[in-house]
Design a protein around this ligand. Structure first.
Ligand code: FAD
Length: 287
């Protein structure tokens, strides 16, 4: 099913997950039992990340997205980055997606990898959106940044670039993680002013260990509200308490987002079935 259709067909808050493929040196089957458990929670769809370096043809992303859809019965979205790919690399990936029955793509620019010269055939995600749109019958999603993309000059430039990406074919948007809902609400106001009218999902990352939060925040620049930092400080050396507090914080964010009528919640599960299960159970009656 196309994800844009899912948003049209439902008046409930869409609830989706993100998972990632195993590292190249681990067998692909190593994540299957976790994925099966995560799929048994029946989210509306699951998106599968794509390695920053770019892959030609059969990627683990395609394989995992196919497994989720065809064996575990949950609609999937394959992420695809373009900055380190040529058009023929992208064509090979698109052919592969068709073979695997994948209809939905999260079209991304991707990050520059140090020591890897970008291929320059695609400069922005919007270039990839228009390319995919011409190439086949795919449903395209795009990424967005409530706290403004790290390279953008300011929030006005960023939202205008986002509008350009929607005009190039992105039919729904998934946000970067954030820990302060008021940041997301201000972002939604900017998108409205800019005339962006596609569904926007809020990206929620339940923080369950200290390393994870430090890594994510340094990579994506998410700001940490004082309330959140207090929790991290109090429980940083008590792994189970930190996990439970992280889950409780994410649930509180989600309840507030649903009450404020957001289009969808995209949960960064980090391939953790326990966390996904706890959060799904806590909000099951609220969607
Ligand atoms: P773009 O939309 O191209 O934006 C990048 C920057 O360029 C922004 O600052 C934007 O304002 C600017 N810009 C856009 N268009 C123009 C223009 N025409 N002129 C001037 N400036 C412009 N990375 C991975 O490697 N694999 C993944 O699987 C992955 N999944 C992700 C999922 C989500 C939900 C999110 C939010 C991010 C994900 N990323 C992933 C990270 C992403 O690749 C990086 O954040 C990357 O830096 C930007 O990608 P983008 O698609 O948002 O880029």
């Amino acid at each position: 099913m196309k994800i844009s259709q899912l948003f049209k067909d439902t008046d409930k808050t869409v609830f989706s997950f993100e998972v990632f493929p195993p590292k190249k040196d681990s067998p692909i089957e190593s994540v299957y039992s976790k994925l099966e458990e995560i799929c048994s929670l029946k989210p509306d769809f699951i998106s599968v990340t794509y390695g920053a370096g770019g892959t030609v043809g059969h990627s683990r992303t395609a394989e995992i997205a196919s497994k989720i859809k065809n064996d575990f019965g949950v609609e999937s979205v394959a992420h695809l980055t373009c900055v380190n790919s040529t058009k023929s690399d992208i064509d090979a990936n698109l052919d592969d997606f068709v073979q695997c029955g994948i209809e939905n793509i999260l079209a991304l620019r991707g990050d520059y990898v140090s020591g890897v010269e970008p291929k320059k055939e695609f400069v922005y995600a919007s270039d990839l959106c228009s390319y995919i749109k011409k190439k086949g019958d795919f449903d395209i999603a795009g990424a967005c940044y409530p706290e403004v993309h790290i390279e953008a000059k300011d929030e006005v430039e960023d939202v205008l670039n986002l509008k350009n990406k929607v005009e190039a074919g992105a039919e729904h948007l998934i946000s970067q993680l954030f820990f302060d809902n008021s940041v997301f609400y201000r972002f939604l106001e900017r998108t409205k002013i800019a005339g962006i009218n596609v569904p926007i999902e809020a990206g929620i990352m339940p923080v369950t260990n200290k390393k994870q939060i430090e890594r994510m925040v340094s990579m994506c620049g998410a700001s940490l509200p004082a309330k959140f930092s207090k929790i991290m400080q109090k429980y940083e050396d008590k792994p189970e308490a930190l996990r439970d507090a992280g889950i409780a914080y994410a649930v509180e964010q989600i309840v507030d987002l649903i009450a404020n009528g957001v289009d969808g919640i995209h949960l960064y599960t980090m391939n953790n079935p326990y966390v996904a299960r706890k959060i799904t159970a806590a909000i099951a009656n609220l969607l």
